[in-house]
Write a protein that binds this ligand. Structure first.
Ligand code: ADP
Ligand code: MG
Length: 687
């Protein structure tokens, strides 16, 4: 998208980025800061003083009245606690206080954030510490300082710290491998992320009429709309004026924070849209995605719309995901997943590609865990999302290259591209000839991998942390092997061949929605973890725990805490849904059925028949809701996490499905004047 000069001026105006820092901080201090960020070393106090002072002057000039440490607790949201700049000076006046101390450390009362047993509620203290690698920004006249968040004794309570640790681990191992490949000039590598965000927009007044949308973010009942997505007329369709106005407003807000929406378009389902930002480093991309979701909600509100990030707000049509585009590049700007044109680079590409393929195969279960989430259970494995089975799509051309490598045969590329594998690898893959496969959970798209499993409402921090850690581990193993070999050129080639032969099974280019794939994947020994409940034991498997602890991502205590939170959040979400559904049926649906029944005296045959159908469905629904209540009681009575999980994932979900089936049949029968909730057709086609 081309920028007009006016847009350029607005871009990043609320962000304390390097360009702005140059105006408020001395060049000498800035260069120390740059070195510290690059080498990931601790900032000297004097420099932190200068930055705090510059940040304060900038924020006050921009009219900020408060500041906050902005962090990403384990509930997947963001948190902030505002502190005023202004304090009384004791002589009827005021001064503005903000210095190194306030910049570096905060002490938010942490007792109400999930800690998974890491911090007992009486030990309320949590510490937030400035992350100098991500830019501060202003939101609603509040200076927001991105921070990490931990307990008094240093256990990590947020999603940002593991992400930073994993990028460091990958950096170390990638540089080590590059050195072994003869690269003397690369000092560091960074992870690049572009997170495509899908969402729904619906009218606010309709949203407010439905408890399920308000409390759960998704519809718990609702008969199919008369029109769904069968005409495929929404995807990339012309954007309606109301939506265009929202997008324009959103862009303005995002630009101010230095977030550039690269593409935006209608998605497959009616009322569904997508926004893709320009990719950036993993830490910034994660901050930006959290901010983007928050701003989308507010801008929607200004337009009398509601933005839904739930993975499956409406049954029967596509749900929303967050495609995480992931690549690794050097400090010289070279993308390590770029196939390149020279032999040396191709060996490098093949080694990185192979290491990644091996990693996905070995830790498929862990990757699956990163997308496990109550909302995503309704999406993964449906006809629109990637299946719950992890496989890697590399495109037919790369797959042929891989097969020739495994078989030690020369690869003949298309016409002009002759590829001799094993000696001089001459390969050039332009983005155009890596074909597309929308059904694959992990797809190579020319020079990056796209991980399509994460849900639209989820933070990208954990999926990216795992992708980074898996890659770091594989590169470490490659390095350890190569370091023992003198004939390095030959060793690299045989290493690539051996790794590919052992992990060929994870590659799949067919249709992931085809039921035959489920059988084929089982034959290949690939995991099919269909639900969140099935991923819970997976997370604690020895190899995953070892991966995460040995690479310094989590301590054992931190792993146990994540597991507990994950489980509790699943159970909590499911129980809220069950209670909401129960209430909707008891308080509104039965009333609607009765009103409908008494609106007809049964004088005509059709009335008798309608009454009979509605009456019988009403009876069935009463039984179904009683069964749901019984399951809820059992759930509330269960005290240990394992039985709560068992009840939530089996009985509660099954009883809710029963209630829904009957309610949706009733909606079809009952006169719309009596139906208490806006229908799917209204929700999806009101705009
Ligand atoms: P697609 O064809 O999948 O729509 P796009 O080029 O539109 O591909 O990119 C989708 C997302 O991937 C965008 O957020 C984009 O910024 C991001 N992206 C592009 N190149 C890279 C890369 N090398 N590493 C990480 N993300 C990237
Ligand atoms: Mg894409």
């Amino acid at each position: 998208m081309g920028k007009t000069p006016g847009e350029n001026e607005r871009f990043g105006i609320d962000l304390f980025n390097e360009r702005t820092m140059q105006r408020y901080i001395s060049e000498a201090s800035l260069s120390v800061w740059r070195e510290c960020v690059r080498k990931r070393t601790v900032l000297p106090e004097k420099i932190a003083d200068d930055i705090a002072d510059g940040m304060k002057r900038w924020a006050l000039e921009k009219g900020a009245t408060h500041y906050t440490h902005w962090f990403q607790p384990l509930n997947g949201e963001t948190a902030e606690k505002h502190e005023g700049f202004l304090i009384p000076d004791g002589r009827d006046g005021y001064r503005m206080e903000f210095s190194r101390k306030e910049l570096l450390r905060g002490e938010p009362d942490a007792s109400s954030f999930p800690s998974g047993g890491l911090r007992s509620t009486f030990e309320a203290r949590g510490y937030s510490a400035w992350d100098p690698t991500s830019y501060a920004f202003i939101k609603d006249k509040v200076l927001c300082i991105p921070t990490v968040f931990c307990t008094y004794s240093g256990e990590v309570l947020d999603k940002k710290t593991p992400l930073l640790r994993s990028s460091d681990a990958l950096n170390r191992q990638a540089v080590r491998v590059l050195k072994l490949l003869g690269d003397e000039h690369t000092e560091s590598v960074r992870v690049n992320i572009g997170a495509e965000q899908e969402y729904f927009l619906i009218p606010k007044d309709l949203f407010q009429q439905r408890e399920d949308l308000r409390l759960c973010g998704r519809t718990l009942i609702g008969a199919d709309a008369t029109k769904k997505q069968e005409l495929e007329d929404h995807y990339y369709g012309a954007i309606k004026p109301e939506i265009a106005a929202f997008m324009q407003d959103l862009n303005e807000e995002l630009w101010k924070l230095g977030i550039c929406a690269k593409t935006e378009h209608n998605e497959v389902a009616p009322a569904q849209y997508e926004m893709a930002p320009f990719f950036t480093d993993a830490n910034t991309a994660n901050d930006q995605n959290q901010l983007t979701m928050e701003i989308m909600k507010r801008v929607a509100d200004r337009h009398d719309l509601v933005c839904l990030f739930h993975e499956k707000p409406f049954a029967g049509i596509n749900g929303s995901g967050k495609h995480v585009n992931w690549s690794v590049s050097t400090d010289k700007g070279e993308n390590l997943f770029s196939p390149g044109t020279t032999p040396a680079e191709n060996i490098r590409f093949l080694l990185f590609l192979t290491a990644f393929i091996k990693g996905v195969d070995e830790y498929a279960g862990l990757l699956r865990c990163s997308a496990a989430h109550a909302g995503n259970d309704h999406r993964l494995g449906g006809q629109e999302a990637p299946p719950a089975i992890i496989s890697v799509f590399v495109g037919s051309e790369l797959e042929a290259v891989i097969d020739s490598l495994i078989n030690d045969e020369p690869y003949t590329g298309r016409e002009d591209r002759l590829l001799t594998v094993g000696k001089d690898v001459l390969m050039h893959l332009s983005q155009d000839n890596t074909d597309r496969n929308r059904t694959s959970p992990v797809a190579f798209t020319g020079n990056k991998f796209e991980f399509r499993m994460p849900g639209a409402s989820q933070s990208i921090a954990t999926p990216v942390t795992y992708l980074n850690t898996i890659m770091a581990q594989e590169l470490k193993e490659c390095a350890e092997y190569l370091e023992t070999r003198d004939d390095r050129a030959e060793a690299v080639r045989s290493l690539i061949r051996d790794m590919l032969s052992a992990h060929r099974r994870i590659l799949f280019s067919g249709n992931g929605y085809d039921p035959a794939w489920v059988e084929e994947a089982a034959r290949r020994g690939l995991k099919n973890l269909r639900t969140t409940a099935e991923t819970i034991p997976e997370f604690l498997r020895e190899e995953n725990v070892r991966l995460l602890t040995e690479n310094g991502i989590y301590s054992s205590a931190e792993i146990a805490s994540r597991n507990e939170i994950h489980q509790e959040s699943y159970c909590g979400t499911t129980a809220i849904e069950a209670r909401t559904m129960r209430e909707m049926i008891r308080k509104n649906i039965f009333g609607a059925v009765s009103a409908f029944l008494s609106s007809m005296d049964g004088a005509f045959y059709f009335e008798k028949e309608l009454k009979k159908t509605a009456g019988m469905l009403g009876n069935d629904l009463l039984q179904a809701v009683k069964d749901l209540e019984e399951a809820l009681e059992a759930f509330e009575a269960a005290s240990d996490p394992a039985s709560r999980l068992e009840i939530a994932s089996t009985r509660l979900t099954a009883r809710m499905a029963d209630c829904r089936r009957i309610t949706d049949q009733l909606e079809d029968v009952i006169d719309s004047r009596f139906w208490p909730y806006p229908t799917y057709t209204r929700l999806l086609f009101a705009i």
